[in-house]
Design a protein around this ligand. Structure first.
Ligand SMILES: CC(C)(COP(=O)(O)OP(=O)(O)OC[C@H]1O[C@@H](n2cnc3c(N)ncnc32)[C@H](O)[C@@H]1OP(=O)(O)O)[C@@H](O)C(=O)NCCC(=O)NCCS
Length: 179
């Protein structure tokens, strides 16, 4: 059963020093910063060393997600300065009550708790969506930072699997948080 997405959150989800807000064109610098990280470029839709045009196309594609009913692609921003520091997604399959998440932080803003706070904000927001009962995420077993972020938000190891990353099939660990 296809269930429509809730509207974009009227108040930006927030935790500590970060808020989750809509991506804007003036966040192109963030996409370009993230595109300097080879690992992020390998993982998905972001070309390595993106031009401004490529960064804007990426931002537009993210904004389209909500309109297409895929979920919410948030920019993680500093609550005080509003500068974009990273991104976090909530893909929703409301027909089965399950969401998936993933996150990346600009190499310029790592190891300051940005991803940890963003995931906590995302989880608190996710639980305002009534039919949702589970949030899942996958990461590589060697990605200790990502695993720490997940565990800090209460996610627990649920299994293993495989995923294509950078054109190769790699082992992943699956973490789950139930309502
Ligand atoms: C994973 C990532 C999002 C973490 O972002 P971050 O904002 O730097 O994370 P935090 O500052 O909240 O740190 C979370 C924990 O990881 C630890 N950590 C951060 N970077 C680390 C690293 N390179 N190696 C080991 N531990 C690390 C922190 O010390 C902290 O540990 P603690 O909870 O015990 O204090 C960021 O490194 C990144 O964008 N990586 C590339 C993309 C990626 O791997 N995304 C995850 C795929 S789901």
């Amino acid at each position: 059963m296809k269930i429509s997405l809730p509207p974009w959150p009227a108040t930006p989800p927030s935790h500590g020093s970060v808020i989750l807000r809509q991506y804007r064109d003036d966040d192109a610098h963030l996409v370009q910063e993230m595109g300097e990280d080879e690992y992020i470029a390998q993982m998905g839709a972001l070309p390595p060393h993106p031009t401004t045009e490529q960064a804007l196309a990426y931002i537009n594609a993210y904004r389209q997600w909500a309109a297409d009913g895929v979920g919410f692609g948030f920019a993680i921003a500093d609550k005080t300065t509003d500068r974009a520091l990273g991104e976090i997604v909530l893909r929703l399959d409301l027909g089965i009550g399950i969401a998936t998440t993933g996150y990346s932080v600009s190499p310029l803003h790592r190891r300051k708790g940005v991803a940890t706070q963003a995931l906590r904000a995302l989880v608190a927001y996710a639980w305002t969506i009534p039919v949702l009962y589970r949030i899942e995420l996958e990461t590589e077993p060697s990605n200790h930072a990502s695993i720490r972020v997940a565990e800090s938000a209460g996610f627990r190891l649920h299994g293993t699997g495989h995923r294509e990353i950078g054109g190769a099939t790699r082992a992943v660990v699956r973490y789950v948080l139930n309502r």
